[in-house]
Design a protein around this ligand. Structure first.
Ligand SMILES: Cc1cc2nc3c(=O)[nH]c(=O)nc-3n(C[C@H](O)[C@H](O)[C@H](O)COP(=O)(O)OP(=O)(O)OC[C@H]3O[C@@H](n4cnc5c(N)ncnc54)[C@H](O)[C@@H]3O)c2cc1C
Length: 513
């Protein structure tokens, strides 16, 4: 593991959770002490919860309130919010966090695994690979050099990844390049009068600006820089307070960080060469408009590590690893394209075009501001290890209901475990034949049968009673009675009867070989 930022630290924990011998290095000894990413979503919290790391980060996390978008005349033109309760994955769907303490918690979690060796102050100088291993050349911060050999290398070495450059991998540029100033503040007074009460996008052509309410006293402004403004000069505190004067003054807050930053939309053309994988900012960069920068990187390693585990343990051939790049590259490209489109709406600098934009957005809601959820902006997987022909549920995140157990209310994953799962709707279950059960064993898949908490009690270690009808509604919406769920919680396929389910399972067993 090269790089121990959020992507690398979570990858190390995922590998440690599987008991895979892992060396995690970073050339910096300490976490970067200023916040960068600020948003996290329920998919990532589920992954952290599966690792037992959620408790460590929750003190630094808060709900992400609706973001109100104001048009050229200050009128509300759109809201971007989260899906309502009952929440599909059991957690608040969109959250904000403060990066330095969360990164520190993630590092502490990774270091606690017996199979993970974290060596900070260690830099990757270069690497060579052969068909069966990778050799990494390292130097510690006392100047000592050495080489280590690994089966695979995951490069989470950030936006200017030396690994990506050494492999000669370029970026596909999705066409976004805007200079912004990112300002983090710590409030010193309880209620600065003019701050918006919720998150906001001021889509004003004179100076587009975002406002985000972070956890506790943390507040962020992201401010577009205008042609002719020098990004370095605009970081000067006097300039920053001038830009913020409309909302807040030094009497109300201290300035934590002001950094100019180019918002790009870039996706690596290749995500793997031989035994080396790119993940996180090393593989992609995106504008922060719906707060998916860090989430995309964590999704990468959530996708990669269970596949590496199967290949390293001889359960699957190396071909499974090809699905990493195929799945994640397409997903990132599609999500980044959507984020970029939101960015173009926000960044409109032509007053006439901005007026037209406001009219168009309001017309989309029949004259009222429409609410779009952050969750509908994140696309499903559409290629790779999925059952074809694709149905709408295939490649989406499988929900996680609260279930009633003898020990109290629990989330499904913590009660029943993760890995490959066949989840069956007990209201009208497909018959589970001996042949079908044999395929489950071959794949190493667990069976979970779901009933409503109000349905007649049925006994069985694999039966769960869900509280809020989240899964019943999901099965009805997708007109199916069984779902095959991957270890990363994406739906491989859905079926309504035994025959379709059997065909899907034997196809999966073959593809996993
Ligand atoms: C200045 C800045 C501002 C940002 N602002 C925002 C924002 O406003 N909103 C948002 O969503 N996202 C933002 N981001 C992006 C967000 O922080 C990233 O998406 C997230 O941190 C990516 O995590 P990562 O682990 O992939 O990479 P990083 O956090 O960059 O971690 C990479 C790690 O690799 C290490 N490393 C690099 N090369 C080597 C080497 N040769 N040997 C050993 N170690 C190495 C580095 O020391 C670093 O710790 C910002 C990023 C930066 C840099």
């Amino acid at each position: 593991m090269v790089g121990h930022g959020p992507t690398g630290a979570i990858a190390a924990s995922l590998l440690g959770d599987k008991g895979i011998k892992t060396l995690a290095i970073d050339r910096q000894r300490d976490v970067y002490d200023k916040p960068r990413a600020i948003a996290i979503d329920h998919e990532i919290l589920r992954l952290l919860d599966n690792l037992g790391a959620a408790e460590r980060v929750l003190p630094h996390i808060a709900p992400f309130p609706a973001s109100q978008h104001f048009g050229a005349r200050g009128q509300l033109i759109r809201r971007i919010d989260m899906v309502p309760e009952p929440y599909p994955l059991g957690y608040t769907p969109s959250m904000v966090f403060t990066q330095p303490p969360v990164e520190a918690a993630l590092r502490a979690h990774a270091a606690a695994y017996a199979s993970v060796d974290v060596q900070l102050g260690t830099e990757l100088l270069g690497f060579d690979q052969s068909p069966d291993h990778v050799t990494l050349h390292l130097r510690d911060d006392r100047g000592a050099t050495r080489s280590v050999t690994a089966d695979y290398m995951i490069a989470c070495d950030g936006a200017s990844s030396g690994t990506r450059q050494a492999l000669g991998i370029g970026f596909e540029d999705l066409g976004f390049d805007e200079p912004w100033l990112v300002v983090d503040l710590l409030l010193t007074t309880a209620a600065p009068g003019k701050l918006p009460e919720t998150a906001a996008q001021f889509c004003e052509p004179s100076r587009p600006t975002s406002f985000i309410i972070g956890p506790g006293d943390h507040r962020r402004f992201e401010i577009m820089l205008l042609p002719g403004e020098d990004p370095r000069e605009m970081e000067d505190p006097a300039q920053v307070w001038r830009l913020l004067a409309r909302w807040i003054t030094p009497d109300d807050a201290t300035l934590w960080r002001a950094a100019s930053y180019r918002f790009h939309a870039l996706v690596a053309r290749q995500w793997r060469q031989g035994r080396v994988f790119l993940a996180g900012d090393a593989a992609h960069q995106q504008p922060p408009f719906i707060g998916q920068g860090m989430c995309q990187g964590i999704r990468d390693v959530g996708n990669l590590v269970w596949k590496l585990d199967r290949v390293i343990n001889g359960q699957s051939g190396a071909g499974l690893l090809d699905t990493y790049a195929a799945e994640r590259q397409q997903h990132v490209r599609q999500l980044t394209t959507r984020i970029k489109a939101i960015g173009h709406v926000i960044c409109e600098r032509d007053p006439v075009a901005a007026e037209a934009r406001d009219v168009r957005l309001l017309a989309e809601g029949d004259g009222h501001p429409r609410t779009v959820t952050r969750q509908e902006i994140v696309p499903p997987l559409q290629t790779g290890l999925l059952a074809f022909p694709l149905q709408p549920a295939h490649g989406t995140l499988f929900p996680q209901p609260w279930i009633t157990t003898a020990a109290g209310r629990r989330l499904l994953d913590s009660a029943m475990g993760t890995g490959w799962r066949l989840v069956v709707d007990e209201r009208d279950p497909p018959g589970l034949t001996a042949e079908l059960m044999a395929d489950l064993t071959r794949i190493g898949m667990r069976l979970i049968r779901v009933r409503s908490k109000d349905a007649a009690d049925q006994s069985g270690h694999d039966i769960v009673a869900e509280e809020d009808g989240v899964l019943a509604a999901w099965f009805d919406r997708h007109d199916c009675r069984a779902a095959i769920v991957r270890p990363d919680h994406y739906v491989f396929g859905t079926a309504s009867d035994t025959r379709a389910l059997g065909t899907m399972l034997s196809d999966l067993a073959t593809r996993l070989q």
